[in-house]
Every structure is written in C-alpha cells, then in structure tokens.
Design a protein around this ligand. Structure first.
Ligand SMILES: [Zn+2]
Length: 471
C-alpha cells in the first residue's frame, strides 16, 4: 500500500475509533434488546420485535438497502416438565425441557456417561440401550483434545439406543442449562437440561446402585417465521463484498446478553462507525443480523442458500458471536477451514498494535459455518472466557446470561476490533484469501472431529433435514 493509501487508512481508522469510543449506542441497544424486548426466542413475537428494532437502527445509522429477510420455520414452545427420581429414593429434581424435545412420559434407568465423549460411550457400549443417558453439558478437554458439542453427545446417545438424554450444567448455582436438540424439527429422543446440583445428586445415587427416573415433558410445535436483518455500506457494487453478521436471537429461558445481543449490537455499532467513512471503502460491507442461530443456524443457512452463486464474490465472512468476556478487550478470531489465512490476520493484529489471538479450528456451531461449507473464507470473532472461573459456556444458555454481565467498554473494544478488521478487509489490495470448492470443504469436515457424525447421519450436526449436506 502506498503512503497516500496508508494515510487514508489511518485517518479513516481514527475517525471510526473516535465514533465508537464516544458512543453509548451499543450498550443502549443491548439493554433495549434484553430488558425491553426480552428473550428473542426463535420464531416468537419477541424475536420479530427485535428484528424491527434492528431494522430501525440500521436505517437511522445510514445503512443502504435495509431489508428484513423472512423465512419459515417450525417453532417450539415448552410445556410443563417434571423429572423425578423414583428409586432408590423418591425425589423431584430440577430440570427444564431442551428446545425441540418431543413431548414424553417415560420411566427408565439412568446411566452416567461423564463428559459424553466418544471414549465414554465406547467404555459403556452395550450398557446404554433402553436407558436415560446423563451427560455433562460441556467437556473440559485436555490439550489438543476435541470438546464435543451437545448435538454430538446427543447423537452418540441416540446411536447407542438411549431413550432420553439429560444434559447437566458443569457450573454451580442451581442454573439449568439449555440448548436446542435439533435444527427446527422434533428431536429423535426427549431431552432435559439440569442444574449441576441436580445432576450431581443423581450421579451420587448411581455410585451406590441403580437409579430409576421418571420424566414428563410438555412440548408443542407450530408453524411460524423468523428473519434476518440485512443492510450495507460502501460502494453499491464493486465485484466483491465483505459480509459481517451476528445472531440476535437467544434462548427462551435467557435474555442472551452475552450470547448474542452483544454480538448483534457490536456488529451494528462497527457498521455505524464505518458508515461515517464509507467513501474510503473499496468494496461494500454487507451486514446480516441472523435469526434462529440457537436452533441450528437456520437464519444463516437460509441466507447462504438465498445468496447462491453470489457467495463466490464474497471476500470474507466475519461472524461475531459472544464477543464479550469478563475482561474487556479479550476478543479472539477463529478461522474455520482456512489455516493459510492465520498469518494474514496475525499481521493485521500487529499492524493495529492490538493483541488479537488468531487460530484456525473447524467450528460447526455458529453462523459462519454455512458459508464455510460453501467455501467462503470466514471466521468468528468471539472472546476468551479466561478469568471467569467458569467452564464451557459460563453463563451462556442459562437464565444468568443477563445485561449485568456486559461492561459497556467491552462492547466498545469489541466494536473497535470488528470495525478495524472490516475496514482493512474492505480496503485490502493484497487480500490473499482463496475460495475452496464445496468438495474440498467437505473433505476438511470429514477429517475433523465431526467427520463421524456426517458419515453416520448424512448431514452436518445442526442442519435442517431438507438441506442435507447442501445449501
Ligand atoms: Zn451464539
């Protein structure tokens, strides 16, 4: 880049940082989304109101082509749920239904599978059929070890012939943990989320002998719609474009401040600030705030399928999910299927004088994944949870994911990082990213820790049934 171009970048960057560091908008928008609008659960009235609110803000911030991209889905509503130990003692135990569980009424023997990894199921092979599987929600992996997602543990339980799946929070505090079982269709077997204390109680009973459980789950499915909120800044068309996105939906038992109202307001704030220097962007930056991430990335799958061949012109997808941690400024960038781009982003981090850890690791559980599958260079900006003393998702997916966990300045640092990355990506004349073919990406997935899943079930862990392995 020539000196003149460098000067343009520096001026634009200072203007953008000034915008972000003198603005309370991201925090105000977060408070509004969580406290006024509520849980933003997929397909609910609350989610629809959130989409309208974000659309209004995008228009106010000067984005072009602001639209709401609506798509159909099968909604889910929880009903009365009850879990009881029948023997060796009689006791009701705290539990909630996991989204997309079928309704159920059954009794069975419990079996504890520990962290629910492949080796745990292998160790217990032949003992699981007909039983109610009890599994730790998250895995605390050893160095270099895979930490399976809920859907992978659930799939192992199904494959082993379990009749139900109980998912135990690993963090104390009486908080039941949630998480969808399926991508917008009734799950194969029923599932419940338990607080750590309830799970530990059952595990203690199991250490002395067999434990019988009775569960009763109310669950309702109905047709509804969800939506992505779209807009863009910069030149109308320049051959290529950048896409940045974040999901704004959350779980019905939570307010989703960290996961992911924070991501949605950070992306909106970054794009708002960049709109003030839109004339310095060489290519447009498109924004997509996704619905239904929490039930299998349905908004992102839909958006990617609608974009079709246009994705070939997409330079990079920057997904922002849970960008705020307990310590401000601890953003991390995780590329998905593009290890050769790690040095490029490390170079940007050095150039910015801002420590941004960069790695490449296949992650099928946030909105960048449908774009990764299509071969588009992509990454997710998240945050390190170091310093919370919590494992796994921490407060995420529990009723404790509330506004008080989010410091306004954490939103400012995350928005600044997102904006600086986008500014550089949209001005780069040395962009080294190359698209992959879908077949190459499929091969990468096949070699990854979720390869077995794809082979066994014929689709990605969270993928709408009708789109098996395609967009
Ligand atoms: Zn999320």
């Amino acid at each position: 880049m020539g000196d003149e171009q460098n000067a343009v970048l520096t001026r634009a960057e200072k203007a953008v940082l000034g915008e972000i560091w003198t603005s309370k908008r991201a925090y105000e928008n977060l408070v509004y989304l969580c406290d006024q609008i509520g849980n933003r659960w997929a397909g609910s009235e609350s989610e629809h109101r959130a989409a309208q609110f974000l659309q209004t803000k995008a228009l106010e911030y000067g984005l072009q082509g602001v639209t709401i991209q609506t798509f159909p889905l099968t909604g889910w509503r929880r009903g009365l749920t009850r879990l009881e130990v029948v023997s060796p003692v009689a006791r009701e135990v705290a539990a909630i239904a996991l989204p997309y569980t079928p309704a159920a009424r059954l009794e069975g023997e419990a079996i504890w599978v520990g962290q629910g990894e492949a080796e745990d199921f292998e160790r217990l092979s032949g003992q699981i059929a007909g039983k109610i599987v009890l599994s730790a929600a998250e895995t605390t992996p050893g160095p270099g070890q895979h930490s399976s997602h809920r859907r992978e543990k659930f799939a192992r339980a199904i494959a082993a012939g379990a009749v139900a799946f109980l998912f135990v929070n690993q963090n104390p505090g009486g908080l039941a943990i949630t998480g969808a079982l399926a991508a917008g269709f009734p799950a194969e077997i029923p599932g419940l989320g338990l607080p750590k204390e309830a799970g530990d109680f059952i595990v203690r009973l199991l250490s002395a002998g067999p434990v019988r459980l009775r569960l009763q789950i109310g669950s309702e499915f109905f047709p509804t719609t969800s939506a992505n909120v779209l807009g863009q800044i910069g030149p109308a068309w320049a051959g290529q474009y950048i896409l940045t996105g974040a999901h704004y939906d959350a779980h019905d038992i939570a307010f989703g401040a960290l996961d992911n109202a924070a991501g949605a307001v950070v992306v909106l704030e970054a794009v708002r600030a960049l709109a003030t220097v839109a004339d310095t962007l060489s290519i447009p930056i498109r924004m997509a705030l996704f619905g239904c991430e929490e039930i299998g990335l349905l908004g992102a799958w839909y958006h990617a399928s609608q974009a079709g061949d246009e994705l070939e012109r997409c330079r990079f997808v920057l997904n922002v999910d849970s960008p705020v941690g307990p310590v401000p400024g601890n953003e991390t960038l995780r590329l998905c299927g593009f290890p050769e781009l790690v040095p490029y982003f490390e170079g940007i981090s050095r150039e910015m004088g801002y420590d941004l850890p960069v790695q490449d690791r296949l992650n099928a559980y946030s909105d960048h994944f449908p774009f990764a599958v299509a071969g588009v260079p992509n990454g997710m900006l998240g945050s390190s949870s170091a310093g919370t003393g919590l494992v796994g998702r921490g407060w995420g997916h529990t009723p404790a994911d509330t506004v008080d966990k989010v410091a306004p300045k954490s939103l400012q640092t995350a928005a600044a990082t997102v904006a600086r990355l986008l500014l550089r990506l949209a001005r780069a004349d040395d962009w080294p990213g190359k698209h992959r073919s879908r077949a190459e990406m499929a091969a990468t997935v096949a070699e990854s820790p979720i390869g077995w899943y794809v082979e066994k079930f014929g689709r990605y862990p969270f993928q709408p049934a009708e789109r098996a392995l395609t967009l």
